[in-house]
Each structure stands twice: as structure tokens, then as C-alpha cells.
Design a protein around this ligand. Structure first.
Ligand SMILES: Cc1cc2nc3c(=O)[nH]c(=O)nc-3n(C[C@H](O)[C@H](O)[C@H](O)COP(=O)(O)OP(=O)(O)OC[C@H]3O[C@@H](n4cnc5c(N)ncnc54)[C@H](O)[C@@H]3O)c2cc1C
Length: 264
């Protein structure tokens, strides 16, 4: 017999087992857009303990709406290879560009990240950071409905060996880090340089170049990387975002492996 209280108990027990299991992780990722999801899948596949925090109910960031709600996306050859690794069908548009269905892309990237072993908590917002000895040591988190309702509720915190900001245009983590602390970022000015107007071709290259560590313990990927380093937006072309996620995963994996080596 289906008993209501047992259904509730199953959800509560399983959720809190999941939550307790990710209070200390190798990598915490703020934002589940294309770059954050690719980074999560690749780091979890490499055996690291990965937590993804997404403030919205649904994951996928800006993928779903394609361009202006026309739900198709455009990628280059590099992006196509990453999409095909996730099982997405890409269709040749011209010799160098491919299109993919936005709904298929978003759902496949979410599915791959989860099946690779990343734990995903949706409706959880990163509202601040944990700083320890001049290094980012984790994220301060709260339910996004708490923020939406304007409730005065204290957050909780999770610890991570490395954090990745993949929050897209808003760059919420770096903004709070700079606002509350007297620190200098690894950007040309030492601060947040701000996103520039659309220039698709250079933005696609720069988003990969800009992906990297901006403060001890904190990496940026995707639009957050371009916003941090003063580079342009690129609109609904996603190859650079996907490659940025792959590059972030690669850099973080190298840092974690080097620190594992030092601890042995
Ligand atoms: C609502 C929205 C509107 C966009 N509009 C445009 C546009 O007009 N023009 C354009 O060129 N690009 C736009 N983009 C971005 C565009 O789609 C990008 O090309 C691409 O999606 C960026 O990928 P990304 O990996 O940087 O992250 P995004 O796709 O931007 O996803 C970032 C994710 O991080 C989440 N997030 C943000 N802050 C927090 C936080 N504090 N804690 C937890 N999660 C957080 C967001 O909810 C989102 O799901 C938009 C993206 C979004 C989400």
C-alpha cells in the first residue's frame, strides 16, 4: 500500500543523505549553464567529488532559449565534439558551423553531468564565499526562494578544495568576493573588468583564453570568464562555452592532482 508518510520519509532521508555527502567536496561549481555542466561531467568522470549549485529550478542556463527563444543553438567543430560526447546530434550548416536542438543539448548536458557522478542541488544559490588563509575554501549557500521572498534566514556553507564560478553574465561570486574583501584578482586591472558588447568571433576565442584561476581556489568559466576579463559577449553560439567548461575541468584536475601529489 502507498502510505503518504513513507513517501515523505523516503524523500527526506534520501535528500539529506545526498546533502550530508557533499558538505566537503573536491570541486564546487556555482551555476549549471553549458560551461559549468561540461566541467562537472569531466571532473566527475575523472573521479573527483563534484557538487553543482544552481539557483534556478531547471538547469541548463541560457541554452534552452537558443537565440531570441528560437530553440536551436550554433557550435563550431570543437563544440560539436563535446556535444557528441554527450550524445547530442549535430547538423552541418556550413563547412565550419553546426546546429543542435537547444532542448536536446540542455537535457543531454544535465544528464551527462549527473550520470558522471556530479551531485546537483537546484534552487540553491551561492550568496557568499568561505575564505581561509587568503584562499577560497568553499561557498556560502541558501535556498534561492529565501532570497526571492526576501526572508532573513542565515545560510549554510560547504567546503571545497577548488571552486568554479560558472554563473554567466551576473558574475555573482566574484562580485561578492571583491565587495567584501580587500583582494586583487588575476585580471589585467586586478578587478572585474566587465562584459563588452557583442563580437561573436573574438568572444568565442576569448572565452576559452579567459577561462582559468582568478584568485587562489577560484576559477571562472563561460560568460563569467569574459565578464571578469573585460571581453565581449557572443550571443547564441555555444562552442566557446563548451570548450571553456572542458578547459576549466582540465586546469582544475591538474591543480587537484598536483596537491594530491604534495600531500603524499
Ligand atoms: C537568463 C539568461 C539570459 C541570457 N541572455 C543572454 C543574452 O541576452 N545574450 C547573450 O549573449 N547571452 C545571454 N545569456 C548567456 C548565453 O546563453 C551564453 O552564451 C551561455 O548560456 C553562457 O553559458 P555559461 O556557461 O556562462 O552560463 P549560463 O548559461 O549563463 O548559466 C549560468 C547559470 O548560473 C546560474 N547562477 C547564476 N548565479 C548563481 C548563483 N549565485 N548561484 C547559483 N547559480 C547561479 C544561473 O541561474 C544559470 O543557470 C543568457 C543566459 C541566461 C541564464
Amino acid at each position: 500500500m502507498l502510505q503518504e508518510s513513507i513517501i515523505s520519509r523516503a524523500i527526506i532521508e534520501r535528500y539529506f543523505e545526498k546533502l550530508k555527502g557533499c558538505l566537503q567536496v573536491d570541486v564546487a561549481i556555482a551555476g549549471a549553464g553549458p560551461s559549468g555542466l561540461v566541467a562537472a561531467a569531466e571532473l566527475a568522470s575523472a573521479g573527483f567529488k563534484v557538487l553543482v549549485l544552481e539557483k534556478k529550478l531547471s538547469l541548463g542556463g541560457g541554452i534552452w532559449g537558443g537565440g531570441m527563444l528560437f530553440n536551436e543553438i550554433v557550435v563550431d567543430n570543437g563544440g560539436k565534439a563535446i556535444l557528441e560526447d554527450s550524445g547530442v546530434s549535430c547538423h552541418s550548416y556550413n563547412p565550419t558551423l553546426f546546429t543542435a536542438d537547444a532542448v536536446e543539448t540542455a537535457s543531454a548536458l544535465v544528464f551527462r553531468a549527473r550520470k558522471s557522478g556530479a551531485v546537483i542541488l537546484n534552487t540553491v544559490e551561492v550568496e557568499d564565499v568561505v575564505l581561509r588563509h587568503g584562499r577560497l575554501a568553499g561557498f556560502v549557500i541558501n535556498w534561492s526562494p529565501v532570497t526571492l521572498a526576501g526572508l532573513h534566514v542565515d545560510p549554510l556553507a560547504i567546503e571545497a578544495r577548488v571552486c568554479l564560478e560558472a554563473t554567466g553574465h551576473p558574475l555573482e561570486v566574484l562580485k561578492v568576493l571583491l565587495r567584501k574583501n580587500d583582494i586583487i584578482l588575476s585580471t589585467a586591472t586586478g578587478g572585474i573588468m566587465g562584459e563588452r558588447s557583442m563580437t561573436a568571433d573574438s568572444a568565442e576565442q576569448l572565452v576559452v583564453e579567459n577561462t582559468g584561476c582568478v584568485f587562489p581556489g577560484l576559477y571562472v568559466s563561460g560568460m563569467a570568464a569574459n565578464a571578469a576579463h573585460g571581453s565581449p559577449r557572443m550571443g547564441p553560439v555555444f562552442g566557446g562555452m563548451l570548450q571553456s567548461g572542458r578547459k576549466a575541468a582540465d586546469l582544475i584536475r591538474k591543480e587537484l592532482e598536483a596537491s594530491n601529489g604534495q600531500n603524499h
